[in-house]
Design a protein around this ligand. Sequence first.
Ligand code: NI
Length: 136
Amino acid sequence: MSELERIGVSLDRKLLGRFDKLIADQGYRNRSEALRDLIRRRLSEDELAQPSARAVAGIFLVYNHHLPGLVQKLTSLQHHHLLHIISSTHIHLDHDNCLELIIMKGRVRDIKQLADKMSSLRGVKLSRLNLMTAGE
Ligand code: NI
């Protein structure tokens, strides 16, 4: 951590009470750590709103692997995109369904584009993209 600076914040008592309850439920030991995390999250969201920002992301896909060509399409999309695919994990959920988690790195716009292409393939039933800044 770089140099620390102390700040004073004036807050409505009710609002502070709700905040204290929330952070206690989440397991924070003090307000400072909770506030730091809140600020980091807000800054990260702001950064991720920029299409050119660098990000890491995970996309969860649930799909029916019986559908002809779907597995090949998912694979070829990953090969042809200008993203760094860090890893992918495949789990056989049941007789018909697979879960795939693909972790990648790249620009927000490229990640979203790949995620949209995969999610919209016929046979993909559920998808969820989780984007994060790299924590700089
Ligand atoms: Ni499978």
